[in-house]
Each structure stands twice: as structure tokens, then as C-alpha cells.
Design a protein around this ligand. Structure first.
Ligand code: URA
Length: 407
């Protein structure tokens, strides 16, 4: 039976929901083996899925675990998700910005693995910050200040988790229907009414081309429609890191700088775009009106105040954010124009400095990371500092040419 289902997909036939349930629930119960699921996932990667297969797959993922009921919060709950980027600290900026516009943000976030960052790790780098909130605490905080970011308490879409771990080691991450159902199952199980998804595209992202990003966008919107959840997407570049700081505490510091109005450029622009969509959806107003409100609340300090209020409420001490690490500088070995900064290489470097975990139970060094000191297009002189590395590891290794292209 399992072999028939794999064969059917390998021969480009559409599967029924029952067939998908048989193989996937079998995998959840350990009756279907990793090697069988790997072959099945590869057949999907090669032969794609129809819309009805994607809806069925999403449904199976959702029903494999808990579904959060946030109906105790009366207002429309708007969530945000990113497909994963280097230096992506937009949640830390966008959540207080949106909440300051009176649209509640109740967000379940995760930890990072490998070189990917997680919002919960970033928040935990703030001394005292509490990430494990009970349902009662979430409810009270949502009512009191309209913003909550907590680690996932319930087991949301555990089948997706199991399949994702296998995809990671079988070169099957790069399939649009698999990505779409994976993201949407977690968002729907997380209780959001409306969802904004930031699709990262570029060398440092899972999605490499604009065409793939557009297909993913349309599929995410279709799944949303199927579940009566409004979905809007933003397609943003991830050839280069977002902002200057990579690493948990360093990213919190940069997010605060954006909220203080001290940072311009791509990080600010993307944060404004995401916040605008969320406020527009939450309040049912046009994006033009929402953008006006969002910009006002950034400029008048309300977003920064909301961030401070939120950190305090979750017991974080924002006054104690100094970086405790040794600093090593990466200096240019030649003069020329800075042509490229490779996002993936920076992320791997930051992980090697202690900012990421190699396996799920590893401790991370919240102080570790990288600050990029130059912008693309800058004229560089030999000996100029291109980046500063923060680490408690002695004499860290890096490959300058792999990170910075100067010519
Ligand atoms: N993010 C997810 O949650 N799942 C994917 O498959 C890709 C990105």
C-alpha cells in the first residue's frame, strides 16, 4: 500500500486525501520508515502537488497536533511569519510597532537551529526576559498591553516538525507545496486570524528565484482562502544580511536603534512594509492609511515605548544589554569597491562564534555575533575594518573572500 502511494506520486498521479493520510499518519506513528518518506518527499519535489493535495497535506499537518484557541481575545489577531533570513530581527521591531497602533500581536515564536536565528533566542538574550508564558499569563498580558511574544507551549503541527527534520537532511526542503503547507499549518494551528508572510528570496534564503517566490506567495494565499484566513505576502531580498548586526543580543540592540529612529535603509523599510500590512489587515483600513499611522508611531516614540513596556512586562532588563565578548576585526586585504556581502557565509560565521546551536540542546552565547561595518558600493581601502566579530572563542576562523567581495 505504502509503495503504491509512493509509486503513484513518482508517476505524476494526483493522490487522494486518504492516500496522503495513510502515508503521513503512518510516518507520524513510525509505521512508515524514514527511507520510504524520503522517497515520497523526493517524488513530491520532482512532480509537484495539485492545490487539492496541498490543502489536504496542510489539513493533515494541522490535525496532527494542538490547535490554539485565541478566541478569548476579541480583536482580530494578525500574525507575521518569515521564511527565514540572516539578521532578520523584524519581529522585534514590527510587533511593538503594530501593537502601538492598537492592533494586538500575540505571537508564538521559536528558537533557532544551526545558522538560522529564532526570535525567542533573541528575546532571551535580554537578562531576565521570560519566554514561557502560561495561557492565563498570555491572556492577561494581551489585555493589559496588547503584545505578547512567547515560546510555543502547545504541540503545534508535530507531523510538520518530523517531516521538516527529514526534509532538512534529504535535499527536499526546496519544494513550494511542501514549504507552503509547512508554514500555513503552523500559522493556522497557532490561532491567527490574518497572516502576513515575508518570503525571503536570494542566495541566503531557501527560495532562490523571484518566480519561485511568486508561486509560493500565490499558494500561501490560496491555502489562506481555503481556511478563511486572509494572507498577504511581501517578497524581500536575502542575497545579503538584513541590517548590520547578526547574533542574538546584537540584533536586539539594532532593533532598538531602529525603534529609536537611528537606522535607515532596508531593515527599516521592510519593517515598515510588514507593519503596514498588519495594521491594514487588523483595522480593515487601506495600506496608505496604515502606513501613515505606522510611520507616525515610529517617529513619535510610541513604538519604542511599547517595546520597553513589553520587555518590562515579560521581566526583561533592557538597561543591561552590554555585549560581554572579545572583539576581533575583519580587515580588508585589498582596496576596491565592496561588491557583495554573502548572507549565508556571515550566518555560518556567526554560528561558529557561538551565536547558533549545532544541535537542539546546545547552549548558545547570546553575546556572540557579527557587526558589518561597510555597505555595498563603499570604496574600501586595504586595512579598513569590514566587520567586527564578537565571541568568547579565542582566535575565531573566518574566510574573508567567502564573505566579502571586493574588486
Ligand atoms: N519555513 C517553514 O516553516 N517550513 C518550510 O518548509 C520552510 C520555511
Amino acid at each position: 500500500m505504502i509503495l503504491d502511494i509512493i509509486n503513484k506520486k513518482a508517476n505524476k498521479y494526483e493522490l487522494t486525501k486518504e492516500e496522503l493520510e495513510t502515508i503521513l499518519l503512518g510516518y507520524l506513528n513510525d509505521e512508515v520508515k524514514d527511507y520510504q518518506m524520503s522517497a515520497f518527499l523526493m517524488a513530491i519535489c520532482i512532480n509537484d502537488m495539485s492545490d487539492s493535495e496541498v490543502f489536504a497535506l496542510t489539513d493533515i499537518f494541522i490535525k496532527s497536533g494542538d490547535v490554539l484557541d485565541l478566541s478569548f481575545i476579541d480583536e482580530i489577531k494578525v500574525d507575521k511569519h518569515s521564511t527565514g533570513g540572516v539578521g532578520d530581527k523584524t519581529t522585534l521591531i514590527v510587533a511593538p510597532l503594530v501593537a502601538s497602533c492598537n492592533v494586538p500581536v500575540i505571537k508564538m515564536s521559536g528558537r533557532g537551529l544551526g545558522y538560522t536565528g529564532g526570535t525567542i533566542d533573541k528575546l532571551e538574550s535580554i537578562p531576565g526576559f521570560k519566554v514561557d508564558l502560561t495561557e492565563e499569563e498570555i491572556k492577561k498580558q494581551a489585555e493589559d498591553i496588547g503584545i505578547v511574544i512567547t515560546s510555543q507551549t502547545k504541540d503545534l503541527a508535530p507531523l510538520d516538525k518530523k517531516v521538516y527534520a527529514l526534509r532538512d537532511v534529504t535535499a527536499t526542503t526546496n519544494s513550494i507545496p511542501l514549504i507552503a503547507s509547512s508554514i500555513m499549518s503552523k500559522k493556522i494551528a497557532g490561532g491567527a486570524d490574518k497572516i502576513v508572510i515575508d518570503i525571503k528570496v536570494g542566495s541566503g534564503a531557501l527560495i532562490k528565484t523571484k518566480e519561485e517566490a511568486e508561486r509560493l506567495s500565490s499558494l500561501l494565499i490560496k491555502i489562506g482562502t481555503y481556511y478563511q484566513k486572509e494572507v498577504r505576502t511581501v517578497i524581500s531580498n536575502m542575497d545579503r544580511p538584513l541590517g548590520h548586526n547578526i547574533g542574538n543580543k546584537l540584533e536586539v540592540l539594532e532593533a532598538i536603534d531602529v525603534l529609536k529612529g537611528n537606522v535607515k535603509g532596508e531593515l527599516l523599510n521592510l519593517s515598515l512594509e510588514l507593519a503596514t500590512k498588519m495594521v491594514s489587515m487588523g483595522k480593515g483600513i487601506s495600506e496608505e492609511e496604515a502606513m501613515k499611522e505606522v510611520k507616525e508611531n515610529l517617529e513619535n516614540g510610541k513604538a519604542l515605548n511599547k517595546f520597553i513596556e513589553f520587555v518590562k512586562y515579560q521581566h526583561g532588563n533592557i538597561e543591561e544589554l552590554e555585549i560581554n565578548a572579545k572583539v576581533y576585526n575583519i580587515k580588508a586585504n585589498k582596496s576596491g569597491s565592496l561588491k557583495d556581502i554573502n548572507a549565508l557565509s556571515i550566518a555560518k560565521l556567526s554560528e561558529s562564534l557561538g551565536a547558533g546551536r549545532k544541535s537542539k540542546d546546545d547552549e548558545i552565547d547570546y553575546n556572540a555575533g557579527v557587526i558589518i561595518k561597510k555597505e555595498i558600493g563603499n570604496e574600501i581601502k586595504e586595512g579598513d575594518v569590514l566587520a567586527s566579530l564578537y565571541t568568547n572563542i579565542d582566535n575565531p576562523n573566518f574566510n574573508l573572500e567567502r564573505i566579502f567581495e571586493i574588486s
